[in-house]
Ligand binder design. Structure first.
Ligand code: CO
Length: 161
């Protein structure tokens, strides 16, 4: 496993639509392993492939306290959602920036695992938010575009206090 560089705000790759994964091979497994390591190292709860410069529909998420429950989603799509939550959202590609983003409170996702098997996952609260945020990345959508507003420096200081 290896750490990959995280693409930062200003790089056009974050605004591009990703292509589906068609080969569930060693290269994909290495990408998934590297993405999980990179996400944990950066203390994030999710990472999408374009954030490491790869325009493929691949996402890793880990909302666990211990950072030891990685979810791997290949070619994910939202098949059901309900409710609403409003909360602060950040992104490893936009360090230090936070926005107020409305998301569904419940999200159900259909995807493939690293071997190409169909899987379904569902989540509420932070996990539902992470599904939406990361799948947006695969469509070239960053959270700043869907935020109702960005937090001020003072609000961020208070949040971190
Ligand atoms: Co992000």
């Amino acid at each position: 496993m290896a750490l990959r560089n995280i693409v930062k705000d200003g790089d056009d790759i974050l605004l591009k639509k990703c292509r589906p994964v068609t080969k569930f091979d060693k290269k994909l497994h290495t990408l998934l392993d590297d993405m999980a390591e990179t996400m944990h190292h950066a203390r994030g709860v999710g990472l999408a492939a374009p954030q490491v410069g790869i325009l493929r529909r691949v996402v890793v998420i880990d909302v666990s306290e211990q950072q030891n429950q990685v979810l791997e989603l290949v070619n994910p799509r939202i098949i059901a959602y309900s409710g609403e939550q409003e909360g602060n959202e950040g992104c490893l590609s936009f360090p230090g920036e936070w926005g107020v983003v409305k998301r569904p409170n419940y999200v159900k996702v259909r995807a493939q695992d690293r071997f190409g098997e169909e899987i379904e996952l569902e989540g509420e609260a932070l996990l539902a938010r992470a599904f939406c945020h990361e799948i947006d990345h695969l469509n070239g959508v960053v959270f700043k575009e869907v935020a109702d507003r960005m937090l001020t420096r003072k609000e961020i200081e208070e949040m971190n206090a």
